[in-house]
Design a binder for this molecule. Sequence first.
Ligand code: ISL
Ligand code: CA
Length: 560
Amino acid sequence: MERVWWKEAVIYQVYVRSFMDSNGDGVGDIPGLISRLDYLKELGIDVIWLNPVYKSPNDDNGYDISDYRDIMDEFGTMADWEKLLAECHHRGIKIIMDLVVNHSSDEHSWFLESRKSKESPYRDYYIWRPGREENGVRRPPNNWESLFSGSAWEYDERCGEYYLHLFSRKQPDLNWDSPRLREEIFEMMAWWLDKGIDGFRMDAVHLMQKPAGFPDAAGKPTHRDGYVYDEKLYSHNPGLHRIFHEMNTRVLSKYDCMTVAEMNMTTPEMASDYVAPEREELNMIFHFEICSLPRYTKERKRIRTLNSIQDRWYRATWGKGWNSQFFNNHDLPRQVSVWGDDDRFRVESAKLLGTYLHTMPGSPYIYQGEEIGMTNYPFKSMGEINDVALKNQWAKCAAEGESEEHFLKRNLKWTRENGRTPMQWDATENGGFTSGSPWLKVNPNYKEINVQAARRDENSVFHYYKRLISLRKSHPVMVYGDYRLLTPRSRKIVAYTRNLEGTSLLVMLNFSGTPLSVRLPRSLRKTQGSLLLSNYGEENSPVKTRLRPWEAAVFMLVKN
Ligand code: ISL
Ligand code: CA
């Protein structure tokens, strides 16, 4: 397998708005991030993925971009950004930027021009369609529901047409069928790469190519308004591969950069067509099969399903492309609250999850705060919620008579707002995130869970993550070793080996709060080995099969 830096890299995601506020306005910013780069260096990460920092009216926290070549006022200036890049590179840290080109903001100059008239040279940068009439009533061009609730079409009085927005109405979809639009985006990408960035995380790109003819979605409406949500219909349409190929050959291939494409609805069967190097498209994908699993699968089936998903992805990508590993990000609740036990075994289970992410095949992505075991927030009312997606959904449900209590019960554990509360730096007010009033409340557990406390405590999640990252650097088997699952039938134990040129690792994880034994296959029962890492902290131990609650143990095996 070809060795490249982005396969070896540990990537750290920074949600700037919530990372570090430098000027007391309650909003994280670029100077704040710069002031914490030494912390990231100490952790040992290789790449920072910056959530969008471009000019934006912030209807969706920066995912609605009004100028792709400028920086959001609240976050700082272009000079601040340039300093950030220089300070990162100086420390040997790379930066990848969020590329949000399925849609722009409705305040982008292209859209302002586009909506002026049907003859505007920018008209076809977006997707405009006449409505249809039903019993004398004007209706949108089709029945699609937006990912953020309500019709995916917005009527525009000026020309009497609708524009498509798969997300909020302030996020009109760009029209990738327009050669001029494609050209603009490619130029913009090259402009950032020329500035020196090291790649892109590509936002919701499975949606860039719309289905020909914009057919109605089949299926049941989500709400009484009658719109039907069918992400499968909106996704992976013919033409998408051509877009990526063009993007790659025209722009990406000219730089030593990495790409990771966020693509819900991607199956392992589709994956290699996107990530096989000879196809010249992408490097890796964030698929959603694992992160959406806990919400939609029964608890007792969770681990077996996790294993089978990983197995399918491994077979689909190993030797043919590359994969990514993550349990949380800015769109998801905190991993220790969902996959671990954020109460009795917070530290143990946070370490176990980290062990898994860093020893599975694929590049690990750490989401800010994960490395100190940050947890979900105890939200109590919708009044505390800022997120446009959840607010829109609540408006629909409230109109249909659902009580706030019931709605919160269904959604709070899963809302992405949990992942967006500010980073907890120390035990001072607001966790040291801001000297002002934070844009979103800091989790009240900041007095106990914070960076300063974690750094002082040798047994913290932070020190364990440091160790994981440094082991990944000194043991190529953790990156390039092939993978074999040993426990396909277990409900709570995950054990596997990684093998590379005579070096073997054995990883054993107990995803439960009860002690359990691992049943190793016969071939491994007499194996000798030494403990490389354990979240219970001991140094020398022969291979053992009894695991304590949430115990994670990694052994280096000795060939008999
Ligand atoms: O998190 C979701 C809904 O609450 C997902 O449906 C999410 O919107 C989808 O995966 C696409 O996510 C990306 O694009 C969105 C943005 O809101 C997300 O933050 C981003 O990660 C629109 O740009
Ligand atoms: Ca600020």
